[in-house]
Ligand binder design. Structure first.
Ligand SMILES: Nc1ncnc2c1ncn2[C@@H]1O[C@H](COP(=O)(O)OP(=O)(O)OP(=O)(O)O)[C@@H](O)[C@H]1O
Length: 300
């Protein structure tokens, strides 16, 4: 764990009687960053979050949460928000303020951060799903937690409420909290999350910058037939071009300004050897392609 990580997960495995939900996960989300914890249904996201909160004990490994230096060390919203639906929003916040030992001023500051000031006097049961979710997050923010875990917070939200939530998550992280948000929808936190952690079958397959996950663009080359494709791949490699044969042709990494020059070299090499090209174009992998590639790599 470094100075920037307010929580460290070390070698955590969680076994249930019939399933291993989390396998040897080591992970340390960073202060001031939004981390998207992405995985298919059953990948182990909720279990990992529950272990991080201390709700369940790991079978192996440990979770270290240093003292919060005046802040609450860790707070979470997992499953349905625990709100008193017959009470007003302000009353809910005041009760949780006392339960968490937060400062009285915190009630107004979390209300401002989650933009719920205009519903403070309304009963929770009269609120829309989007506002209930905001109130639940406001409750979780009492005491300025160093780490905030949100488990599938956009479930049941409409697109507008989801967009609001994305902005809110960013604002919270910008105040120095490590915000970890689980979702099974890869694109949901694109543009908001700094870091992506891909969980599959209980294991972390990728943990790094969100923007690096898809990898660089490449050139897609298709020759007239399989024999020509294999020959072209070998010729390009002889020329020092890192060509890779794939099922539908040849891929050549091609980033930025070099891409056009590399494309011309491929064209010239093919023409000089009498290889007919059926296709030569740029491709940028999508998030989904990168995700499926990561998962199928783990399966093989
Ligand atoms: N209390 C439990 N007892 C037995 N098995 C469990 C328990 N909790 C989770 N599991 C199993 O552990 C695996 C991971 O479940 P988990 O709920 O952590 O995944 P998830 O990524 O949060 O999925 P989802 O997106 O569907 O909520 C699944 O196979 C699940 O059936």
């Amino acid at each position: 764990m470094n100075d920037e990580s307010p929580v460290a997960v070390t070698g955590v495995t969680k076994k249930f009687r019939s399933a291993t939900a989390v396998r040897s996960v080591s992970w340390s989300p960073q202060r001031g960053e939004v981390t998207a914890l992405v995985g298919l249904n059953g990948a182990g996201k909720s279990t990992l979050m529950r272990v991080m909160t201390g709700l369940i004990k790991p079978t192996q490994g440990s979770v270290t949460v240093p003292a919060g230096q005046g802040r609450r060390p860790l707070s979470a919203m997992i499953e349905a928000p625990a709100l008193f639906t017959g009470l007003t929003v302000r009353h809910n916040l005041r009760i949780h303020r006392i339960l968490t030992g937060a400062y009285p001023d915190d009630v107004e500051s979390v209300a401002a951060l989650t933009r719920i000031e205009q519903v403070m006097s309304r009963r929770v049961r009269a609120l829309s799903q989007g506002y209930r979710q905001r109130v639940a997050i406001a409750v979780a923010l009492l005491g300025s937690p160093a780490v905030l875990l949100l488990d599938e917070p956009t479930n049941a939200l409409d697109p507008e409420a989801t967009a609001d939530l994305r902005l809110m998550i960013r604002r919270i992280a910008d105040r120095g909290t490590a915000v970890i948000v689980s979702t099974h929808m890869l694109r949901e936190l694109e543009g908001v999350a700094d870091t992506l952690a891909v969980l599959h079958d209980g294991q972390v397959l990728y943990d790094g910058p969100f923007t690096s996950f898809v990898g660089p663009p490449s050139l897609r080359v298709r020759a007239q037939d399989a024999e020509a494709t294999a020959r072209l791949t070998a010729l390009l490699r002889d020329e020092g071009i890192p060509a890779r044969q794939v099922t539908d042709g040849v891929r050549v990494p091609a980033d930025g300004r070099d891409a056009d020059r590399t494309a011309r070299r491929i064209f010239t090499t093919a023409a000089a050897s009498g290889i007919g090209l059926v296709e030569l174009g740029h491709i940028t992998p999508t998030l989904e392609e990168a995700f499926h590639a990561a998962i199928s790599g783990a399966r093989s």
